[in-house]
Design a protein around this ligand. Structure first.
Ligand code: PEP
Ligand code: MN
Length: 366
């Protein structure tokens, strides 16, 4: 249930309304939107009568019941106002959200060495990325496959952040590593395989850093939003949802099926920002560009693209990784698509190169 409070209501009156509603098993949560103040009521609301609540104060504008099982994640909870997740980075604040410029996230699947991640970070920044994403702890199907350089890779990511100013996104698999990861990461990623690891969701809900929640490979949209609800309910309001493809019957030609339809669906259901990951969705580098452009056309707020300096030698996910040059060219196309659909582009990533060979000269130096 939410209470929409009239514009201009004093903080004292809002506090009084909160007090009036105070009951065991009921949490009130006040959020200041751009235009309205909204008090959300979560928990045992069955004895609450919307008409009675309306009489608590003349400052109450409307009282609405949220029928969906996800409450805080629902669009109704913010009375139709889309939220922005603002991430402070050394290069400045970057906002994710429906009304914010498109955010370009890129990086190798795994952080393989210090020089590899630092050089790649410079190349990605030059091509127009705002965030460097790379795995230090890798969820691998085989226990014999490369598992990531763990704490060492976190240090290398910190160096790349310090040298380039790019924000860092990296995955947490085990709550025991969360503090070390949150020390380095600007956004903490929960991967597809952990989307329903509820104890991990509660833990990332208790930290201050924003969380990137990838959709489980077999998760329904409702299950995904219920997982986001765990993080929000634990006190962390900064959640970004990332579609990375789902399992369907055909895995011969694509790794997963890219569910671009989540974009308009999520827009109806939730206020949370949306990211799309065409790399894990398709599993093949030649399909990444068309899918990235389609995601922009459908209105995604951000993209995550895997980029490796030498995909043939990558320790994980080489077949789906672009080279830095391919990423540069894709970014140029993404700007055109963003313009075509009226989505602003981050001013920090306006191209500084006039063409590919100009970019290549830089990349050779970096
Ligand atoms: C990743 O982002 O590198 C990853 C392992 O993705 P997912 O959790 O979507 O499989
Ligand atoms: Mn990967």
């Amino acid at each position: 249930m939410i209470i929409v409070v009239k514009n201009g209501t004093s903080a004292k009156e809002i506090e009084r309304i909160n007090q009036e509603l105070s009951r065991p098993n009921l949490k009130t949560e006040t959020s200041q939107g751009k235009h309205k103040v909204i008090i959300g009521l979560v928990g045992d609301t069955k004895d609450l009568n919307p008409e009675q609540i309306q009489t608590i104060s003349p400052c109450v504008e409307t009282v609405l019941e949220i029928k969906k099982p996800f409450k805080r994640a629902s669009l109704e909870f913010r009375h139709g106002e889309y939220s922005e997740v603002v991430v402070p980075t050394p290069n400045g604040d970057i906002a994710f959200g429906k009304n914010a410029p498109l955010v370009n996230v890129a990086g190798p699947c795994s952080v393989e060495s210090e020089s590899m991640i630092v050089n790649t970070a410079f190349q990605l920044k030059a091509a127009g990325a705002q965030f460097l994403r790379g795995g230090a702890f890798k969820p691998r199907t085989s226990p014999y496959a490369f598992q990531g350089h763990a704490e060492l890779a976190l240090q290398w990511l910190a160096t790349a952040r310090q040298k380039t100013g790019l924000g860092i996104i990296t995955e947490v698999m085990d709550a025991a590593d969360l503090d070390a990861i949150a020390d380095v990461a600007d956004v903490v990623q929960v991967g597809a395989r952990n989307m329903q690891n509820f104890s991990l969701l509660k833990k990332v809900g208790a930290i201050k850093k924003p969380v990137l929640l990838k959709r489980g490979m077999s998760a329904s949209i409702q299950e995904w939003l219920m997982s986001a609800e765990y993080i929000l309910a634990a006190g962390n309001p900064n959640v970004i949802l990332c579609e990375r493809g789902i399992r369907t019957f055909d895995q011969q030609y694509t790794r997963n099926t890219f569910d671009i339809s989540v974009i308009p669906v999520l827009r109806e259901l939730t206020h949370l920002p949306i990211m799309l990951d065409p790399s894990h969705a398709t599993g093949k580098s030649q399909y990444v560009a068309p899918m990235a452009l389609s995601a922009i056309a459908a209105g995604t707020d951000s993209l995550m693209i895997e980029v490796h300096p030498n995909p043939a030698k990558a320790l994980s996910d080489g077949p789906q990784s672009l080279t830095p040059e391919q990423f540069y060219l894709l970014t140029e196309e993404m700007k055109v698509m963003a313009m075509a659909v009226g989505r602003p582009w981050q001013s920090s990533s306006q191209g500084i190169f006039c063409n590919l060979s100009h970019y290549q000269q830089f990349a050779a130096i970096a």
